[in-house]
Ligand binder design. Structure first.
Ligand SMILES: [Zn+2]
Length: 388
């Protein structure tokens, strides 16, 4: 049995938006899982000990919208090695929104099912830089059948790619498929707003609201009126996503956050990158979205972090990640205000709209990155391993 104690935590964010700050200064990790949190917990004999130095610890960040293909290959950017840069800034999970960037992507159910199966199985065999990739997000086409959902659910695939990227993209042909997905416990993502260079459909509010998917992707990829924002909340049960790349309309973002707050429904908001894409690779994109919804839309920092952790785990049905509580995977980020900032804590930094500096990233209880990286400003105070 291996144990690690993280002690001297200045602020501990839970990832649970209902109780986003834990009254604790220590986390005990056993065999890669959170064993407990508390005050002044003692280290078991032979445990590794990390001194957080009074800094902030939060759950590993989950990117709710990522167009992975295979490994770290991103054909749209002809880049390799990008997933490692995400891990260095504290992103520990990527939710695929469809493995659509493969050159010559299949445009029928059989081809999509093959692609999703390949992606799911290969990411199941290898984790680039330790990243957990939730892949196999097959795109819905008009010829998708119940047998396809059954087969994919039996593989362990948790969710579909975005409705709107395949031929089943209207209420009359996609709604029955959503019913089949739900029959097999599969969550459904749906593109919303404008089209994209490589052929997604325009998904207008009437269609998206009529579909009532599990996730309304990048809701601000359109100009939203207050009436339409109200309808998205009142007319669906969906989680509502903001994305870094799909034109994050800042005015609409603030209005959607205000609507969620007014309705007591901040648990419905999640944050994604929608990258890699033709628009770029954004290691800090999730942090940018956290700082946008906190610094500009005035969400409490720990709530903003919950939108990128626990809320996303709930949206996709990821049961072992997203929050810091006993039994969950010990996927953790240790961070602080960045060098040069006037703030002295990560929370104050986020509330001011400034991305914290990350000192340590832990996945399944193992340190995957420690110290400065080129992808983030250095933190004022760093966690140190005092016994290992
Ligand atoms: Zn989309």
């Amino acid at each position: 049995m291996s144990s690690t104690l993280i002690k001297n935590i200045g602020a501990l964010y839970s990832g649970d938006i209902a109780h986003p700050v834990l009254d604790a200064d220590s986390i005990l990790i056993t065999d890669g899982k959170i064993a407990g949190t508390g005050k002044n917990l003692a280290a078991p004999a032979e445990a590794d000990v990390i001194d957080a130095g009074g800094t902030t610890v939060l759950p590993g960040l989950l990117d709710s919208h990522c167009h992975v293909v295979l490994g770290e290959w991103t054909p749209r950017q002809t880049a390799l090695g990008w997933i490692g840069n995400y891990v260095k800034v504290g992103v520990t999970g990527l939710v695929s929104a469809g493995e659509t960037h493969i050159p010559g992507k299949p445009r029928d159910a059989a081809g999509q099912k093959a692609m999703a199966t390949l992606s799911f199985k290969t990411y199941g065999n290898v984790r680039p830089a330790g990243m957990k990739v939730y892949a196999g997000a097959f795109i819905l086409h008009e010829d998708t059948t119940e047998a396809d959902f059954k087969e994919l659910a039996e593989l362990g695939i948790t969710h579909t790619g975005e409705i709107g990227l395949g031929s089943a993209n209207r209420v009359h042909n996609a709604k029955p498929l959503i019913g089949l997905a739900h029959k097999y416990g599969i969550k459904v993502l749906c593109h919303s707003g404008s089209t994209y260079l490589f052929g997604s459909a325009v998904m207008d509010p009437d269609t998206v609201i009529g579909l009532n998917p599990d996730v309304v992707c990048h809701i601000t990829y359109a100009d939203l009126t207050p009436e339409v924002i109200e309808r998205f909340f009142a007319g669906t049960d969906s989680h509502i996503e903001f994305c870094r790349t799909q034109i994050p309309n800042i005015k609409n973002t603030v209005e959607v956050v205000e609507k969620a707050r007014e309705r007591g429904e901040l648990h419905r908001l999640i944050l994604g990158n929608d990258a890699p894409s033709g628009l770029g690779v954004f290691p800090l994109g999730i942090w940018e979205m956290i700082c946008l919804v906190s610094g500009t839309a005035k969400m409490e920092p720990a709530q903003a972090v919950a939108c990128a952790t626990g809320n996303t785990a709930s949206a996709i049905g990821l049961e072992d990640v997203g929050t810091i509580e006993p039994g969950k995977c010990a996927d953790l980020v240790i961070c602080d205000a960045p060098v040069g900032a006037p703030q002295d804590t990560a929370g104050d930094s986020i509330a001011a709209g400034t991305i914290p500096g990350v000192s340590t990233v832990i996945i399944d209880g193992k340190i995957m990155h420690r110290g400065a990286s080129v992808n983030t400003a250095p933190p004022k105070r760093e966690a140190v391993c005092v016994k290992a």
